[in-house]
Design a protein around this ligand. Structure first.
Ligand SMILES: *Cc1c(COP(=O)(O)O)cnc(C)c1O
Length: 404
C-alpha cells in the first residue's frame, strides 16, 4: 500500500517553504531528503551510545560496535551479498571508486586496457585517467547514442584480451538511462576482465541482487538513498578484495605493526583505516530499512508514473527538448528550452520554490556530445507528486514567457 500522504509526512523538510512557496524538491539525483527515522537514528547515536568502535571493552563501545556491524549486515542482506566482510564502509561512491582504482595500480601494466562508458560521472572518469597515467594502461570509452544509451556493438568491439577492467554506471545521473549492466558484466567476464558498477544513481530506484549480477565490485552512497552524507559502501568479491592492497594506512586496518613490517587486518578492516563515520553507517542501515518498508516495487511504480506524466506534460511545451530518451530510464528528466540558458530557467524555478539542477551534472562529456552547455534536470523521488509535476510544468512555461 503506497500512501503518498503518509510518506510525505515522514520527511520534515517537505513541510518547509522556499521563497514563500511550498518546497518542490526535484533534485533527488543530487541527494535525497531524509525521513524522520534516519534523523532520529543520528540523534539517538550521539545522545545515547556515542563511542569508538572495535576498540573498547566498555559497554558503550560494544553497543556502538554492535549497531555498526548490524548496519553492515543490513547492507549485506539488502544487496544479496554472500559475506558480510565483502561490504566495506566508505565515505561514499567517490571514495569507493578511488579505493579500487588505487588498488589496481599494482595489478596493471603498460598495454593493459580499461574501458569506461561515455555516460560517466566525473568521479568515474578522473580516477581511471590517473590510474592510466600511473601505469601506462590505456583508457577506452564505450560511445553513446543520440538517445543517451550505450552503443553495445561498439562495446563488443573494444573488449579484448587486453581489457582488465570495465567501469560503467548502473544509471546515468545526467540522463537517467539504465545501462544494460547484466550484458556488460557477462561480456567482460568472457575476456576475464573485472567489472565495477557505480550504483550511486541506481540504489534509490532499484534493489540490485549483486550475487545474481555476478559483479566484481559495486559501489554506492547512502545520501541518495535517504541516508546521511559522508557514508557509502564498496562491495567487492572476496577474491578481489584480497588481491587489492589497502588504500589508506592507519588504525583499525592493521593486524600487527613493527617498524620493520606491518601486517594488514582481515577484511573488511583492511580497507577501513581510522575511525569511520559510525553514526552515518548506522543511519545508512536505518535508511535501507525505511526504503524496504515502502518496498522497491511500490517505489518504482510510483516513480514511473511520475516520469511518464512529467515527460508527456513537458513535451507539450513548444521548443522543449529532452535528452536521454532510451526505453529504459528512471525518473530523471534532463531538458532544455530552445534559445534559453538552463541556468536562467533554474533561477526562475527557484523563485517559485522549485529545486532543480542546472549545469553539466558532473558529466561534461555528455554535454559535449549533445553540444550544449548543460541542461535543466528534474529528478523525482517516491515522495514527489503529480501536483508537483504540474508546478514544474507551469514554472517552465512561465520561465519561457519571461525569457523569450
Ligand atoms: C552522485 C554520483 C556519484 C558521486 O557520489 P558521491 O556520493 O558524491 O561520492 C557518482 N556517480 C554517480 C552516477 C552519481 O550519481
Amino acid at each position: 500500500m503506497f500512501d503518498i500522504k503518509s510518506i510525505r509526512a515522514d520527511f520534515p523538510i517537505l513541510r518547509r517553504e522556499v521563497n514563500g512557496k511550498p518546497l518542490v524538491y526535484l533534485d533527488n539525483a543530487a541527494t535525497s531528503q531524509k525521513p524522520q527515522v534516519v534523523i532520529d537514528a543520528i540523534v539517538d547515536y550521539y545522545s545515547n551510545y556515542n563511542a569508538n568502535i572495535h576498540r573498547g571493552v566498555h559497554a558503550l563501545s560494544q553497543e556502538a560496535t554492535d549497531k555498526y556491524e548490524e548496519a553492515r549486515g543490513k547492507i549485506q542482506k539488502h544487496f544479496t551479498i554472500e559475506k558480510a566482510h565483502e561490504v566495506i564502509f566508505t565515505s561514499g561512491t567517490t571514495h569507493a571508486i578511488n579505493l579500487v582504482a588505487n588498488g589496481f595500480a599494482s595489478l596493471l601494466k603498460k598495454g593493459d586496457e580499461i574501458i569506461v562508458s561515455a555516460l560517466e560521472h566525473h568521479s568515474n572518469i578522473v580516477p581511471w585517467q590517473m590510474l592510466c597515467e600511473k601505469t601506462g594502461a590505456k583508457l577506452l570509452v564505450i560511445p553513446m547514442t543520440q538517445k543517451g544509451t550505450l552503443d553495445m556493438d561498439a562495446y563488443a568491439k573494444i573488449l579484448s584480451e587486453k581489457t582488465r577492467l570495465v567501469f560503467v554506471n548502473h544509471i546515468s545521473n545526467a540522463l537517467g538511462t539504465i545501462n544494460p549492466i547484466e550484458a556488460i558484466i557477462r561480456k567482460a567476464h568472457q575476456v576475464n576482465a573485472a567489472v565495477l558498477i557505480d550504483g550511486a544513481q541506481a540504489c534509490s530506484h532499484i534493489k540490485p541482487d549483486l550475487q545474481k549480477l555476478n559483479v566484481d565490485f559495486y559501489v554506492t552512497s547512502a545520501h541518495k538513498m535517504c541516508g546521511p552524507t559522508g557514508v557509502g559502501m564498496l562491495y567487492g568479491k572476496e577474491e578481489w578484495l584480497k588481491k587489492l592492497p589497502p588504500y589508506q594506512g592507519g588504525g583499525e586496518m592493521i593486524s600487527e605493526v613493527t617498524f620493520e613490517k606491518t601486517t594488514y587486518a582481515d577484511l573488511p578492516h583492511k580497507f577501513e583505516a581510522g575511525t569511520p563515520n559510525i553514526c552515518g553507517g548506522i543511519a545508512f542501515g536505518t535508511a535501507i530499512d525505511y526504503l524496504n518498508q515502502i518496498g522497491f516495487d511500490a517505489i518504482s511504480a510510483h516513480e514511473h508514473e511520475l516520469l511518464a506524466y512529467a515527460t508527456k506534460k513537458l513535451l507539450e511545451i513548444n521548443g522543449l527538448k529532452i535528452y536521454g530518451t532510451g526505453a529504459d530510464k528512471t525518473s530523471v528528466i534532463s531538458f532544455n528550452l530552445e534559445n534559453i540558458h538552463p541556468y536562467d530557467i533554474g533561477t526562475i524555478l527557484d523563485k517559485m520554490g522549485i529545486a532543480v539542477r542546472t549545469g553539466h551534472h558532473c558529466a561534461q562529456p555528455i554535454m559535449n556530445y549533445f553540444n550544449i552547455p548543460g541542461t535543466v534536470r528534474a529528478s523525482f523521488a517516491f515522495y514527489n507528486t503529480k501536483e508537483e509535476v504540474d508546478k514544474l510544468v507551469a514554472g517552465v512555461k512561465k520561465a519561457q514567457q519571461m525569457l523569450s
